[in-house]
Design a protein around this ligand. Structure first.
Ligand SMILES: C[S@@+](CC[C@H](N)C(=O)[O-])C[C@H]1O[C@@H](n2cnc3c(N)ncnc32)[C@H](O)[C@@H]1O
Length: 483
């Protein structure tokens, strides 16, 4: 690696990417404001805490600018309205890729392994992944896009950083495939050449934008050149099928144009196209990866991956603040290292998505319903509306009632007595051997919430009841709130 920075060693797949400097240290707005006068007007204090108005696009853009400059030495800007990336969230994905590359699970492409080369599908005007990858790890990149503004501003962002600009190439994915040097290599599994596959891939008709007929640009086939190999590809795909669906979270303003946010079939179709291209390019990339906005899309995409003959699939969840995203990675390389399955453990964190929520309901209604659900069975509950969470303590009997008796008999723990315990600091007599857990409600996108449950005492004798209890909550919330 050119930067000489050490590669991370740990296993990929952890819930929150540990080496992202923002994982446990959110940006300090007060200190940034004192260092950068241009950021100062966007910072205000509520109590002793420095905040910014997340609904102000200019504030979020200036935050991204100063974070990239302060933490990464990167000069950066985007024009009004273009998608503004949050640096912590994008860093998590870059660190996960670093984990995958360092894990040694699959064979390397040869060479000394010191020069890592990535391909960012849809780099955007912000060009965030190549900028982070080059500055953090010295990786080189091809960043593709097809809009004039993205190509122009991505190039500007690269040229504004002469200290690593030679590492990043911006490539137009809409240049007709015959103009890029695609090899006429026979694919033995089908009769088509890569050239033919590329033409098919590039001529999918779409009318998502202004209802005009539109040639959707190629994703990988036809953009990747002859003899090019890469260590990985990555993508933050357009998540949505319509701009209305993108509808934009009223709590934040990150901008985003239809070209950036929307594609025919949404993220599932976009990632399916990456999968189809990868099935032709196979070992030209060590790892193929994509980010996903909807956990529910993972299942179908993973089954497609096994169908096309991948050797390995990896997933992870990126959690930053109130936002969750998912990472999906696959490879066609032979497995180099035996993966030792971890011992089977009872899950202490469970989640499900509430999708297609009826219009009249908000996240607050769901949160209150979580509290009512457990209270109605006699469990102790404490709702915290600022963290969108409910803390719950339920006894063995209450867990049984909640799970409609569809659980193992744990009567043996009943006789263990009682101790003082409290949810809010006041003293309450509650059973010592109880199930203590937290339910969190995350806004994903309009009409979609992620509900997450985490056990507070993983070694509790009742921890085996958690999945039954959580399953009942899922059933109840889905029947009440979803169309
Ligand atoms: C959600 S934005 C992501 C931008 C940036 N990577 C980020 O994370 O902020 C998706 C990007 O993909 C681009 N895009 C859509 N289809 C593409 C294709 N077939 N090839 C290259 N880029 C594409 C869009 O123009 C847009 O810039």
């Amino acid at each position: 690696m050119r930067s000489g920075k050490k590669r991370a060693r740990s296993e990929p797949g952890s819930t929150k990417q540990p080496r992202s400097k923002y994982s446990d240290n959110p940006p300090d707005f007060a200190s940034l404001a004192s260092l950068y006068p241009s950021f100062k007007p966007f910072v205000f204090f509520s109590g002793s805490r420095a905040r910014i108005d997340w609904t102000d696009y200019n504030a979020t853009r200036e935050l991204t600018r100063v974070l990239l400059l302060h933490d990464h030495g990167v000069n950066w800007w985007i024009p009004d309205g273009q998608l503004c990336p949050t640096v912590p969230n994008r860093s998590n994905y870059i660190h996960w890729i670093n984990d995958l590359l360092s894990s040694g699970i699959i064979q390397s492409l040869g060479g000394d392994g010191s020069k890592v080369k990535g391909f960012d599908i849809g780099t955007g005007a912000n060009c965030i992944y190549p900028l982070l990858g080059a500055s953090l790890f010295g990786w080189s990149f091809v960043g593709s896009d097809f809009t004039v503004v993205a190509l122009e501003w991505a190039e500007k962002n690269v040229q504004s950083n002469p200290h690593f600009s030679d590492l990043i190439e911006i490539r137009d994915s809409k240049v007709p495939p015959q103009c890029s040097s695609v090899p006429e290599v026979e694919n033995t599994e089908s009769e088509k050449t890569i050239q033919e596959e590329a033409e098919i891939s590039a001529t999918v008709k779409s009318d998502y934008h202004d209802n005009k007929s539109f040639i959707e640009p190629a994703v990988l086939l036809g953009v990747v050149k002859e003899n090019e190999t890469f260590d990985f590809c990555m993508s933050n795909p357009p998540f949505f099928e319509t701009f209305e669906e993108a509808g934009l979270n009223p709590k934040t303003s990150c901008g985003g144009t239809p070209e950036e946010m929307v594609c025919n079939g949404g993220e599932q179709a976009f990632v399916s196209r990456i999968i189809e291209d990868s099935a032709v390019l196979r070992q030209r990339f060590r790892w193929y990866t994509s980010m996903l906005g909807k956990k529910a899309n993972l299942k179908l995409l993973i089954s497609k991956l096994w169908e096309v003959g991948v050797t390995i699939v990896k997933t992870t969840e990126f959690v930053q603040g109130q936002t969750s995203r998912w990472g999906l990675a696959w490879s066609f390389m032979p497995i180099a290292r035996k993966i030792i399955a971890p011992p089977v453990v009872k899950k202490s964190v469970l989640s499900f998505m509430l999708e297609c929520i009826k219009r009249q309901y908000s996240a607050v209604d769901v949160l209150q319903s979580v509290e009512e659900f457990f209270k109605s069975c006699g469990a102790l509950c404490k709702l915290n509306s600022s963290t969108f969470s409910v803390d719950i303590v339920a006894s063995n009997d209450q867990c049984k009632t909640i799970s409609k008796n569809d659980i193992a008999d744990v009567d043996s723990v009943r006789s263990h007595g009682y101790e003082k315990q409290s949810l809010d600091g006041s003293s309450l007599q509650v059973p010592k051997y109880n199930l203590s857990f937290r339910i969190l409600v995350f806004q994903q996108m309009p009409g979609t919430l992620l509900i997450k449950g985490s056990l507070q005492q993983k070694d509790s004798p009742l921890s085996g009841l958690f999945s039954g209890v959580f399953g009942s909550l899922e059933e109840s919330l889905k029947s009440k709130f979803c169309r």
